[in-house]
Structures are given as structure tokens and as C-alpha cells.
Design a protein around this ligand. Structure first.
Ligand SMILES: Cc1cc2nc3c(=O)[nH]c(=O)nc-3n(C[C@H](O)[C@H](O)[C@H](O)COP(=O)(O)OP(=O)(O)OC[C@H]3O[C@@H](n4cnc5c(N)ncnc54)[C@H](O)[C@@H]3O)c2cc1C
Length: 338
């Protein structure tokens, strides 16, 4: 019987998570990851990769909780296994601090991370500009290791990869039976989604091996995330800004803001600087549709628009996308029983 040909468009953390889920769960499909850019050149590669999230306004909270929990459990299992160093995933403890007490003192994911609690007044003393804080242990996932690790897992499951730019979904209509669109910001042009926009983020990697705890300002603009090989300090959240070059003013501002939270950073050596564009949208788009491409009706499963939380929820949305692919297969006439 003819194998169903699935193409996953995009090789960032969302694309490869989805590709692994599909290839491992549906061995009777042939799965190809097709992308213009692979690691180390995707947005995902530069993400700080710390797992926590903001709430999306129009997605039922239950679904967001499931995305978070499925992803967190997946990443935690790797962090606690022998694969941790190869996959670039580690446990990370620290503090999220707020200048004003937030409306929701307990975010929706607080039950899933480890040991979530409100900081004591004593703990807050070292942050005199902040009035409230949360302490917890989460995971940090460094995509420059995780993406190659996922790619290997994908190849072991029989997946294939191909590097090229796709200018229109039409180009795929003869070679594939199901399209899974994980093209992030690329969806703006590829599927004409005008609601996708960039949120520019600049970060620095510094050498500061004495730092072991993360510190994040609740406004999301200033953070210090110790990782396996360096400490990521940031950042910026510039909506609608497409600039991909390092801005010296941003560098100075990041170092100044981070040193205010952690004065020892003044002694840290800057190793590298990086800019990425978060593929933002009011809500991520995880849904399917049917499109007419060159006279052929094809199912398309969308999984993009994760904004600043793609590493955090990639596995959860990938499992949802897998469910949508299964539905597409069930509705296909004369296909293999999968
Ligand atoms: C500074 C910064 C810090 C961040 N920190 C965190 C964090 O701590 N935690 C967290 O969860 N998230 C974080 N993020 C967000 C995270 O990086 C993104 O949500 C995530 O990388 C999105 O993954 P993606 O796979 O959708 O997109 P991408 O990684 O951008 O991948 C998109 C893929 O689609 C391909 N593509 C697009 N268009 C086409 C086309 N026309 N033809 C062929 N291929 C195409 C690209 O080549 C690429 O392979 C951060 C982001 C930035 C910028």
C-alpha cells in the first residue's frame, strides 16, 4: 500500500518536535522535514530556552495547561536522564521578581514546575526595586544542542531532511499528501497570515560560572539565565522590529539592567551577542484546514506563532499537531490503516 507522504515545513524547535512526534507515532508515513534554515541558524537556536510561559488570551486555559505540562514532563525526563548533556537540557532554579505585585500571584503553570512558592521578604531583600517574587525550579533547553539531538532522533525514526526555501505551498502539492506548517515567522508570507509579527530579542552570552540561579524580571525584558556553558543575559522585546543586527545601545542597556540585579556580572566576560525575532501572534495557530493546491485538495496542519514561548510549549503543541495529522489520515480515502 502507498505510504502517506507528510512534509513538516520548518526545522526550528516546533518543526523538529512535531516531526519527531509524527515519525515515531506513525511509522507507516514517510516524513520529511523541509526548511530553509537548520540549526544553528534558526531562531530557536538562540533562545534562552527557559521553560515558563505567559497566558495566551483566546486559547482555553486547559489546552494551555496541557501544552505546558506535556512539554515540561518531556523536557524534565530528558534533563534527568543520561541524555541531558547531549540534548542540552538541564534543571534550572531561580527567581522571577516583580516591581509591582502581579494580578495573578500563581501562574497557570505553577503546579507543573518543581517547588513553586512565593519568595520570602528575606529573599527579596537583595532586590530592593522589587516587591514580589516567585521561586521555583524549571528546565532550561539549549536548542543549539537540542535541535541536532532531535534531528538524530527523527532520522532514527526513518525521517528525511531537505534544505530549501519554499515560496508557496503550491510547490509541495505534487510531492506530499499532508503539509504540516511549522514555519514560524515565515507563515506571514507562506500562508499570508498578516497576524504574525516579529518581537525582536537581543541577548548576550557571558562567562560567569559562579552564577547558578536564574533571575527574571516579571516584565520579561531583563533576565539572567545560567546555562551549561555560559550565562545568557537579556534582553529586549521590540514589537514589529525586523532588525537582525546587534544594537550597541541595547547591549549597554542589557548589561546595565542585568548588573543592577546581579552586580557580579560587571566582572563577566562577554562571549557573544545574538538577535532573534520571536514568531509572535495573539495566539499560536494549532489547527488544520483543507486547501486547494493546483487542483488537488490537501490537508494542512498549522503549528506556528509561539512567540516568546516556543521552547516551552513546542512538545505539547507538537502532540496536538500529531492528533490533527491523525484526523487528516482518517479522512483520507483508500489509505493504509495507521
Ligand atoms: C532572544 C530570545 C529569547 C527567547 N527565549 C525563550 C525562552 O527562554 N523560552 C522559550 O520558550 N522561548 C524563547 N524564545 C522564543 C523561541 O525562540 C521561539 O518561540 C521558537 O524558537 C519558535 O520556534 P519555531 O520552530 O516556531 O521557529 P523558528 O526557530 O524560527 O523556525 C522556523 C523554521 O521555518 C523555516 N521556514 C520559514 N519560512 C520558510 C520558507 N518559506 N521555506 C522554508 N523554510 C521556512 C525556517 O527556515 C526555520 O527552519 C526566545 C526567542 C528569542 C528571540
Amino acid at each position: 500500500m502507498k505510504r502517506v507522504r507528510v512534509v513538516v515545513l520548518g526545522a526550528g524547535v516546533v518543526g523538529f518536535s512535531t516531526a519527531v512526534c509524527v515519525a515515531e507515532a506513525l511509522p507507516l508515513c514517510s516524513v520529511t522535514v523541509l526548511a530553509e534554515r537548520f540549526s544553528p541558524d534558526t531562531t530557536s537556536d538562540g533562545a534562552a530556552g527557559i521553560a515558563f510561559a505567559a497566558e495566551f488570551p483566546d486559547i482555553p486555559l486547559e489546552r494551555q495547561r496541557r501544552w505546558f505540562k506535556d512539554s515540561f514532563d518531556h523536557l524534565l525526563a530528558i534533563a534527568q536522564s543520561q541524555h541531558s548533556p547531549d540534548a542540552g537540557i538541564m534543571l534550572s532554579s531561580g527567581w522571577q521578581i516583580f516591581k509591582e505585585v502581579p494580578a495573578k500571584k500563581k501562574p497557570f503553570w505553577s503546579d507543573f514546575v518543581i517547588g513553586f512558592r512565593t519568595m520570602t521578604d528575606g529573599e527579596l531583600k537583595r532586590f530592593p526595586d522589587h516587591r514580589f517574587g516567585q521561586a521555583f525550579t524549571t528546565v532550561k533547553c539549549e536548542c543549539s544542542s537540542y535541535l541536532p539531538w532531535l534531528e538524530e532522533r527523527f532520522r532514527k525514526a526513518g525521517g528525511r531532511v531537505e534544505q530549501r526555501k519554499v515560496n508557496s505551498l503550491q510547490e509541495l502539492s505534487n510531492s506530499f499528501d499532508v503539509i504540516v506548517n511549522c514555519s514560524g515567522l515565515g507563515s506571514k508570507v507562506l500562508v499570508g497570515d498578516t497576524s504574525v509579527y516579529p518581537v525582536r530579542g537581543q541577548v548576550l552570552k557571558v562567562e560567569a560560572p559562579w552564577l547558578t540561579h536564574f533571575i527574571r524580571d516579571g516584565d520579561g525584558k531583563t533576565y539572567i539565565y545560567p546555562g551549561m556553558h555560559s550565562v545568557t543575559v537579556g534582553g529586549t522585546r521590540q514589537e514589529g522590529d525586523w532588525r537582525l543586527h546587534v544594537d550597541q545601545g541595547d547591549t549597554e542597556s542589557i548589561l546595565e539592567r542585568c548588573s543592577r540585579l546581579e552586580p557580579s556580572l560587571k566582572k563577566a566576560k562577554v562571549l557573544s551577542q545574538w538577535v532573534g525575532l520571536r514568531p509572535s501572534r495573539r495566539n499560536p495557530r494549532v489547527e488544520r484546514e483543507t486547501v486547494e493546491l493546483q487542483g488537488r485538495t490537501l490537508p494542512v496542519v498549522h503549528n506556528y506563532g509561539h512567540g516568546g514561548w516556543g521552547v516551552t510549549i513546542a512538545w505539547g503543541t507538537a502532540l496536538d499537531a500529531l492528533g490533527l495529522v491523525r484526523q487528516c489520515l482518517k479522512e483520507m480515502p483508500h489509505q493504509a490503516k495507521l
